[in-house]
Design a protein around this ligand. Structure first.
Ligand code: GDP
Ligand code: IMO
Ligand code: MG
Length: 423
């Protein structure tokens, strides 16, 4: 029996959806515990491509249960669209398969409008958010003015609380284009009725599942450097994306967790603003020319560079990683040399762990270790022995620097292009 947390170790888009999909076969319940529809998790299943935003990736498997925990922020209209999209592809989303926490917070159109307006006001200093209203929705949660799913499913309570909140926001929303609140109210009441059969106290549900011997798989969204506490603040998202967030966002104690697997791309990518020490135009152009590294949620080009081990050292600590799942190793095929950034140079000092402030990250330059690359196409590899020796040496070096074994290696987007490493 094991309960596993899956987290992103970089700036998101590490391939968490693919790894969660792969591991779902051996679990019972897949749980999202933070973030919202800012996430975009790509999964290929039987030739069909799915991009999941709020829905746990486990939904693509028959006979598995999915939970949206208390730590998530839900835009019910977007979520219903996502459910309908899945149903059109033949995946039925029943109340037995999908359970939603009554304590999760609700994202409203004014959160989205505020998100976009604040970004416009920031001008050049914009954060590059996904524009999904995530920051303002979590802001209300922390400010204690948010509405929760339990309010959403009770029409009178929703009406009273929504009207009161909207009125409080009159000044803040001046000059910002927002949907007519009467239309929103009507749409949200209908959405509440539509989602109500899925809503319950998911803390009780998850604990009952564990008592019944079921295994839980926590599907992290975003990545460690987008964590509100540990990331490149303020260029972060508004939730705790590191392993602890899975526990607070679901009501499952850390004492119940057996493993934390960090998903790590074989190189670095970032979408949105903020520092990225190893970013390289040449490296980015190469991947974009291969048709890779375009954002799953917004379609934006991801900024790319060689793998940053300074970041990975810290991520390993902060998440307590028991294993690393290395994805997109095939993205390095054909490089004569592969680079690993093993330290930063910062104002004449050599750093092995990242600084705390984004400004200081901007002043860091990468110190690279070079290893011989491989010319083979590795996308057909079925086991480690199929990989070129130089690719295996690259994996070994990552494991050595982090002191953490590589448990899974992915060489393509399909479920079959995944290998589990023994030992
Ligand atoms: P997530 O947000 O962490 O779930 O990651 P995304 O889905 O946003 O981005 C990861 C991208 O890499 C997706 O397009 C995946 O289909 C793709 N992907 C995942 N693993 C691999 C891999 O090993 N090789 C290749 N070529 N693509 C991969
Ligand atoms: P997944 O789960 C990559 C980034 C945005 C922006 C910053 C803040 O697919 O890995 P927000 O809308 O959250 O307020 O934006 O965070 N961001 C992501 N980048 N993958 C994600 O999710 C992301 N979710 C948010 O680009 O820089
Ligand atoms: Mg993504």
């Amino acid at each position: 029996m094991s309960n596993i947390i899956i987290v992103g170790t970089q700036w998101g888009d590490e391939g968490k959806g693919k790894i969660v999909d792969y591991l779902t076969e051996h679990t019972d319940v897949v749980v999202r515990a933070q973030g919202g529809a800012n996430a975009g998790h790509t999964v290929y299943n039987q030739g069909q491509k799915y991009v999941l935003h709020l829905m746990p990736s486990g939904m693509l498997w028959e006979g598995k249960e999915c939970v949206i925990g208390n730590g998530v922020v839900i835009n019910p209209l977007a979520f219903i669209k996502e459910i309908e999209g899945l149903e059109e592809k033949g995946i039925s989303v029943t109340p037995e398969k999908l359970r939603i926490s009554n304590a999760a917070h609700v994202v409203f159109p004014h959160h989205r409008a505020l998100d976009v307006a604040k970004e416009q006001r920031r001008g050049k200093g914009k954060l590059g958010t996904t524009g999904r209203g995530i920051g303002p929705a979590y802001g209300d949660k922390i400010e204690r003015t948010g509405l929760r799913v339990n309010d959403l499913i009770q029409p009178e309570r929703l009406e009273a609380k929504f009207r009161a909140r909207f009125e409080q926001l009159t000044k803040t929303l001046e000059g910002i284009e927002v949907e007519d609140p009467e239309v929103t109210l009507e749409q949200y009441q209908a959405a509440g009725a539509r989602l109500a059969p899925h809503v319950l106290n998911t803390v009780e549900f998850l604990h009952a599942a564990m008592r019944d011997g079921k295994q839980l798989l926590f599907e992290g969204a975003q990545g460690a450097y987008l964590d509100i506490d540990h990331g490149t603040y303020p260029y972060v998202t508004s939730s705790n994306t590191t392993a602890g967030g899975a526990c607070t966002g679901s009501g499952v104690s850390p004492a119940k967790i057996d493993e934390v697997i960090g998903v790590c791309k074989a190189y670095t990518t970032r979408v949105g603003s903020g520092p990225c020490v190893t970013e390289s135009e040449e490296f980015s152009d190469r991947l974009h020319a291969m048709g890779r590294e375009f954002g799953a949620t917004t379609g934006r080009k991801r900024r790319c560079g060689p793998l940053d081990m300074v970041m990975l050292r810290f991520t390993t600590m902060v998440n307590g990683l028991t294993k690393i799942a290395m994805t997109n190793l095939d993205g390095l095929d054909g490089l004569e040399t592969v680079q690993l950034c093993t330290a930063y140079e910062w104002k004449g000092e050599r750093l092995s762990l990242p600084p705390v402030d984004a400004e200081d990250w901007e002043d860091c330059t990468p110190i690279y270790e070079e290893m011989p690359g491989w010319s083979e196409d590795i996308s057909g590899a079925k086991c480690l022995a199929d990989l070129p020796a130089n690719a295996r040496a690259y994996l070994d070096r990552v494991a050595e620097i982090t002191g953490t074994p590589i448990g899974i290696v992915s060489v393509g987007p399909d479920r079959q292009q995944t290998m589990v490493c023994d030992g």
